[in-house]
Design a protein around this ligand. Structure first.
Ligand SMILES: [Zn+2]
Length: 197
């Protein structure tokens, strides 16, 4: 294997990267100047050396506790359960949520990190009790795995918190009703909200 082939092989280890995309990444490296390449290397080394997981919510952070968990202005009775740190970024971008987060890291279902998942659920219960969480919002994907995990989480925590809600799924903005599949439409109907009079 020559040097370029080795580089392509390395890029192929990235999630969702196929052979063609790996080749394009390698091409980018070959065309980049030394400054750009150093930036790339430094960003990777720096991230690996300095970024760790928050001890409360498992978000990425440079400190033991992340900025969100240590922010006193946030609603400390509200906890949103999500799968990964990118979901947190997406929700933060909406600027409509002011509570705390809890990152599961994976879904229920047999997988190599089953013990890790169980530990996360146990730690979630502990957090709810220790911090007196009043409402848990479950915001997991609408996939089969996501929905199975939502039900499992709800059952696991129902004795420890008085209110459990789920984000509403349904009709995308700007969509035609008759183009939406029946499952999405059924979800949208079940998750309907009343209109203010
Ligand atoms: Zn945190």
């Amino acid at each position: 294997m020559n040097t370029v082939e080795k580089l392509i092989e390395v890029f192929r280890r990235f999630p969702s990267v196929g052979p063609k995309q790996a080749e394009r990444f390698a091409m980018y490296v070959m065309r980049s100047n030394p400054i750009e390449i150093n930036e790339l290397i430094e960003a990777i080394v720096d991230t690996k050396a300095n970024v760790k997981q928050c001890k409360k919510c498992f978000n990425y952070t440079a400190d033991d506790i992340c900025d969100i968990c240590s922010d006193d202005k946030r609603d400390r009775g509200l906890l949103c359960v999500i799968e990964n740190p990118f979901d947190l970024i997406a929700i933060e971008k909406t600027k409509t949520y002011n509570g705390l987060y809890y990152i599961l890291g994976s879904y229920l279902l047999p997988h190599p990190h089953k013990n890790e998942f169980d530990e996360r659920v146990e730690f979630l219960k502990k957090r709810i009790i220790d911090e007196g969480i009043k409402e848990v919002i479950i915001a997991l994907n609408t996939t089969t795995e996501g929905q199975a995990t939502s039900i499992y989480i709800k059952e696991s925590i129902s004795n420890f918190v008085s209110k459990i809600s789920r984000i509403a799924f349904g009709v995308p903005l700007g969509a035609d009703i008759d183009y939406i599949d029946e499952f999405t439409l059924a979800y949208a109907l079940r998750g309907r909200t009343s209109l203010d009079k």
